[in-house]
Design a protein around this ligand. Structure first.
Ligand SMILES: [Zn+2]
Length: 386
């Protein structure tokens, strides 16, 4: 295979559309073939239906002390967005490369891949870990992370290359997303003794969340590095009912709980569910037995926080030449790596301000910064272990 420049490689990856709802196998095949061309074996960890896959690979010796470069291969949809150029055919204008995934986050994966020819004489390995379905609740990565844990000699750090403008990020919130279906019973709204109004019960659940958040904001488990500093509980979608004078038969809502590090979103969800089971459902059943409240947790992504004096953070400071660090409000795969015992830091090129937007771009200056950083990672892995 002819050598691909970093720009070529971004173009190749962005040019294979991998919106989360679609398969990412064309991209995974491309990467596996590319690595094979340099004599490196890609390991695939597939989804249950086989329609998607994670990929991990080791460049260099099968030794401990490696650095994992981690990214997700899926991108968010372009539906309803007004783009100035084809989102899947990247275009450079005004020092920026435009295209879906250029910044979030095929750019990072592409830069790392484009440097494979430079990954010579490594004394300690560099590992790639590319996941699927990050954008729909980080559902692809856990099985890959377990496979890496089982099969890869202990690496000393995982770098998750989400777009942080190359800032060192040492924390993110967790997120639990759930759907609920409140099943009521229809009657004339004047006959509350016969009807079970689903919307009214859903409203109690939503209100429980609002009151819980207010209590947390007033002083529970604050983490001042975040804005806001507390765990949030938010209902973003709700629909139900057919007329003001019919007790509603159905109400559906969707909500998320974004937890600060050290706090379990699951605990709040469990508490909400107990309220539904122990308080609300008995009230509903007293009027009509065939009613109830269903919950479906669609994703539960742990929060992430790394100690400022962990070796991985010190290493990142040395590699980037930066002393500052921060946290990000969005959830990513860092907490999942951390749960499996890896030392994790988030740091990557491009700005989250351009992610998920029409005309998403990565600036060429950030491309260069990313390459400089990755070359220093390579340089460090070429040195004798200290
Ligand atoms: Zn991302």
């Amino acid at each position: 295979m002819a050598e691909l420049t970093p720009h070529d490689m971004i173009g190749r990856l962005v040019g294979i559309p991998t919106v989360s709802r679609d398969s990412n196998l064309d991209l995974i095949d491309f990467v596996a073939n590319y690595l094979d061309g340099y004599g490196f074996e890609a390991h695939l960890v597939r989804s249950d239906d086989g329609g998607k896959a994670n990929l991990y690979a080791t460049i260099g010796p099968e030794e401990p002390g490696g650095i994992v470069l981690s990214g997700h291969t899926d991108v968010v949809p372009i539906d309803g967005q007004d783009w100035s150029s084809d989102p899947f055919a990247p275009e450079v204008r005004d020092g920026r490369m435009f295209g879906r995934g250029t910044c979030d986050m095929k750019g990072f994966c592409a830069l790392a891949l484009s440097l494979v020819p430079e990954m010579q004489r490594l004394r300690r390995p560099i590992h790639f870990a590319f996941s699927y379905d990050e954008e729909v609740g980080c559902v692809g990565a856990p099985r890959m992370i377990r496979a890496i844990r089982a099969n890869v000699p202990e690496p000393r750090a995982v770098i998750v290359g989400e777009p942080t403008s190359m800032q060192i990020v040492t924390g993110h919130k967790g997120i639990l997303h759930f759907r609920s279906h409140v099943r009521g019973y229809e009657a004339h709204s004047s006959q509350q003794q016969r009807g079970v109004p689903a919307i009214m019960y859903a409203a109690r659940l939503v209100n429980w969340m609002a009151e819980k958040q207010a209590a947390l904001a007033a002083g529970g488990d604050l983490d001042e590095r975040f804005e806001p500093a507390f765990t949030t509980l938010h209902c973003g979608v709700i629909h139900g009912g057919t007329a003001h004078n019919i007790t509603s038969k159905d109400c559906h809502f969707e909500a998320d709980i974004r937890s600060v590090p050290g706090v379990s979103a699951r605990d709040f969800f469990d508490e909400l569910e107990r309220y539904a089971r122990e308080v609300l459902e008995p009230m509903m059943h007293a009027i009509q037995p065939n009613t109830g409240i269903d919950f479906d947790v669609t994703s539960d992504v742990p929060s992430f926080a790394v100690d400022e004096d962990e070796p991985a953070v010190a290493m990142l400071r040395q590699l980037t030449g930066r002393n500052d660090s921060g946290v990000v409000p969005f959830a990513a795969e860092c907490g999942q790596f951390q749960e499996e015992g890896f030392s994790v830091v988030m740091c990557g090129p491009g700005s989250i301000d351009q992610a998920h937007q029409p005309d998403e771009f990565i600036s060429l200056e950030q491309v260069d910064a990313g390459l400089t950083f990755l070359r220093s990672v390579i340089g460090q892995q070429q040195e004798l272990p200290r």
